[in-house]
Design a protein around this ligand. Structure first.
Ligand code: R5P
Length: 269
């Protein structure tokens, strides 16, 4: 691994504790204006101080993040499908590596759909992107997308993560599941977890993050459970205290409550 690639990777997963908080705001690439992310700039701005990196598309980066901001960018470069189209797994590379370099991306993200109709295409997409990433010193994050018909169990997720790592991904994002430690054990590169759909209570999302880290995850790539919370800033702070601090879920939730009281106070002024 060359110096540039290692340097970029160290911005995503901190070498101090081998962990990272990635804020995911790329959902619009196939979902359109999702709840909580209708106006990306408004959602993103207050959360930036608490994220180690920001995952998004070039369109949202250009329009909704000031270029003087000091945050490593994880650029989603796969897409080309939508929630109303035929098959979400039929993704292609939709942003070039030259463009990613112009945008000063620290990492490139792409989805793979293991077990889907377009499994082969998305895995070949990953292999091509890894070759380009290696050429220019940019790490690749493989996102293990799970079709509706797939079980989110350790056997399936372990298979998808391992294949991503075998093809050369430098980080893999997946979902938390029972026996998650088996997924991590079988994957020779850092595994981070997505939050998934907004859980009814913040404590549940904090528990999810805690369990994942306890079982070997290198961090979170979390979106909806942060910005669909009524108190997104308090929520990302609480998530951060689990990833980089020593908080257990209850302590982090207490922190969330205290911080949300301050946010309520500010809102009501
Ligand atoms: C899917 O739209 C993206 O890959 C998201 O970045 C990923 O699912 C993480 O976001 P969330 O925590 O909302 O699941």
């Amino acid at each position: 691994m060359d110096w540039g690639l290692k340097n970029r990777l160290s911005k995503i997963i901190s070498p101090k504790d081998n962990r990272g908080v990635m804020l995911a705001v790329d959902h619009g690439y196939f979902l359109g204006p999702t709840d909580g992310l209708q106006t990306p700039r408004t959602t993103i701005r207050p959360l930036l101080p608490y994220a180690d990196s920001l995952m998004l598309t070039r369109g949202v980066l250009r329009t909704s993040v000031n270029p003087d901001v000091n945050i490593p960018i994880v650029l989603r470069v796969s897409g080309g499908t939508s929630i109303v189209g035929d098959d979400l797994s039929n993704e292609s590379l939709v942003t070039s590596v030259e463009e990613a370099i112009r945008l000063n991306a620290s990492c490139l993200a792409l989805s793979i759909f293991v077990g889907s109709k377009y499994e082969h295409k998305t895995l070949v997409n990953l292999s091509k992107l890894v070759d380009l990433g290696e050429r220019y010193g940019i790490p690749i994050l493989a996102v293990t997308a799970v079709g509706k018909e797939m079980n989110r169990d350790s056997r399936y997720l372990g298979l998808a993560c391992r294949i991503a790592a075998e093809i050369g991904a430098h980080i893999v994002k997946t979902y938390y599941c029972q026996n998650f430690e088996e997924v991590v054990e079988g994957c020779p590169v850092p595994v981070i977890i997505a939050g998934g759909k907004k859980l009814p209570r913040e404590l549940e999302a904090l528990q999810l993050a805690y369990n994942a880290l306890r079982d070997g995850a290198a961090g979170v790539d979390m979106g909806r459970n942060i910005w669909q919370s009524r108190f997104p800033t308090s929520m990302i702070k609480a998530v951060r205290s689990i990833v980089h601090g020593s908080s257990n879920p209850e302590a982090a939730f207490e922190e969330f409550i205290k911080s949300s009281e301050i946010e309520t106070h500010i809102e009501s002024r």
